[in-house]
Design a binder for this molecule. Structure first.
Ligand code: ATP
Ligand code: 6CM
Ligand code: CA
Length: 465
């Protein structure tokens, strides 16, 4: 164009179902000086947005989900990062824990964010690396369950390429690598609660999505042997675990969340700019100002002994394509509490009715065998362990305990399940769990509310929030 001058603006367009797309528009102009003024003004505007990342550290799990992590990053994400002038150091992991170990070695402080390409397990690995590194650098011992932890200001980005991808779904609203890359580029920030899990003053793991004993623990244990099946392994093991209908005996004790405003039975869900999460943060700030924040309150423990098909503690809704509302639709991403769901022994048919409600609009807590509590701390000990502990003085009974667990036909059910901690197993069945309010931050903004979700199409960009 001999006499025309032009510049192209790349921008984000909202599409259906929380999807974001990159679009472009080219402006033409006959006045070269005016054209340059526009380019300069736009560049300055972009430079003034300090929350946008400039340098990222990216970990790709090439074996997560359908093994598409590397392709997804190269084809869908890297071109967008280039367009946004983001430089990325990329590590393709060679084994489990590669990313976690690496985060203890590199200079993490030169990065504006850490990105993981993979599923919930890969996110968990990166989160453990980052939290662990920050505690190490702050001289904090993770093994002491009472110690307040140092918050992580370096944000984590998730490019979904796993099997469940529930952390991405519950914080963005869709599993779509391009949408997630765009949330990273604009520098979104979503704080996230993290539960720390200890056993006998030993740190076990952190959890952000599901910490599940019984049904979800058994699915995970069985599915790990079938990793070769990809995401299908969960359906196969899910069906098998449902048929086995195993229940577990134990004691759950918990401290109900006092400082939070919402309840697990609320009709409203956590959305972008959630006022419940905001109020919690304000309350915490106030407590900090009064010097209360590190004082543990020892009152009001509720104790429930029983036979459970599932014990699920969720820090967020756990919405995912398999369960679009999640296991606790009104759970909050950053309110400093978890929803503790106790599913007591019931018939196979009733348990199926409960599971079906994970997938439809009906209230999954409206069953006499399901209880839900919003908690800040909880503990669980299986009957098997309780008996073993008291049997140290009673050798005869101990022999009987072993006899029962060795013989499933015996009427005493002393079987143990495993904890499913964000898709990884825990080594101990007895756990002590504390929710750490907003310990980490994601490149996300929670699920946006569309003014008119049904009528939404690519020509309308209006949002409520
Ligand atoms: N190169 C690698 N080889 C083997 N395992 C790896 C490698 N890189 C990471 N991992 C491990 O693979 C596990 C599973 O990965 P990921 O979460 O990405 O996929 P997934 O299990 O299919 O998905 P989801 O967790 O969403 O169900 C993680 O716990 C991670 O530690
Ligand atoms: C008859 C219809 C019954 C349908 C029941 C569907 C229930 C689906 C609920 C899914 C809840 C996912 C909670 C998230 C757990 C993740 O941290 C974890 C790691 O990715 N995934 C699983 O454990 C994988 C768990 C997969 C379970 C199938
Ligand atoms: Ca929460």
């Amino acid at each position: 164009m001999s006499k025309l001058h032009a510049f192209t603006v790349h921008y984000i367009k909202r599409a259906r179902n929380h999807r974001w797309r990159c679009s472009e528009i080219t402006f033409w102009c006959i006045d070269e000086q005016l054209c340059n003024q526009w380019i300069q003004a736009l560049k300055e505007l972009l430079d003034s947005q300090k929350s946008r990342p400039k340098q990222l550290l990216v970990y790709i799990n090439p074996y997560g989900g359908k093994r598409q992590g590397k392709r997804i990053y190269e084809q869908k994400v890297a071109p967008l990062f280039n367009l946004a002038s983001i430089s990325a150091d990329v590590v393709i992991t060679e084994h489990a824990n590669h990313a976690k170990d690496n985060l203890f070695e590199v200079n993490i402080y030169k990065y504006d964010g850490i990105v993981c390409v993979g599923g919930d397990g890969m996110f968990s690995e990166v989160m453990h690396g980052l939290i662990g590194r920050i505690q190490k650098d702050s001289g904090i011992d993770q093994n002491n369950p009472k110690t307040p932890l140092a918050q992580c200001s370096i944000r984590i980005g998730i490019i979904p390429a796993g099997s469940t991808d529930c952390i991405c779904y519950a914080t963005v609203g869709i599993i779509d690598p391009e949408t997630s890359a765009l949330h990273i580029i604009v520098g979104d920030c979503q704080p996230l609660d993290v539960s720390s899990i200890h056993h006998n003053n030993t740190f076990l793991k952190y959890s952000v999505s599901l910490l599940g004993y019984g049904f979800y623990g058994d699915i995970l244990k069985d599915s790990e042997k079938k990793r070769w099946m990809g995401p299908m392994r969960y359906d196969f093991s899910g069906f098998k675990t449902f048929l086995s209908h195993q229940y577990y005996e134990g004691t759950v004790s918990f401290q109900p969340a006092k400082g939070t405003v919402g309840s697990p039975r609320d009709k409203e869900s956590c959305r972008t700019g959630c006022h419940i999460c905001r109020q919690t943060k304000q309350l915490e700030e106030q407590q900090k100002n009064y010097g209360f924040e590190h004082k543990e309150v020892e009152d009001e423990w509720k104790v429930i002994k029983g036979k459970f098909l599932a014990i699920n503690a969720v820090n967020m809704s756990c919405a995912c394509p398999r369960s679009p509302k999640g296991l606790s639709p009104a759970a909050h991403l950053a309110d400093g509490s978890a929803d503790l769901i106790l599913v007591r022994k019931c018939s196979r048919f009733n348990f199926l009715r409960y599971l079906v409600r994970h997938t439809n609009q009906d209230d999954q807590f409206d069953f006499p065998f399901v209880d839900v509590y919003r908690v800040k701390r909880f503990q669980f000990t299986s009957k098997h362990l309780e008996d073993n502990e008291s049997d140290i003085k009673d050798v005869g009974k101990k022999r009987f305990g072993q006899f029962c667990s060795d013989h499933p036909a015996c009427c005493c059910n002393l079987a143990n399940s495993t904890w499913n901690c964000d898709g990884e197993t825990l080594d101990s069945s007895a756990v002590e769990v504390r929710v750490r309010c907003q310990l980490v931050k994601l490149f996300a903004r929670g699920i946006e509310i569309y003014k008119d979700e049904a009528a939404y199409n690519s020509s309308s960009n209006e949002l409520l929030s």
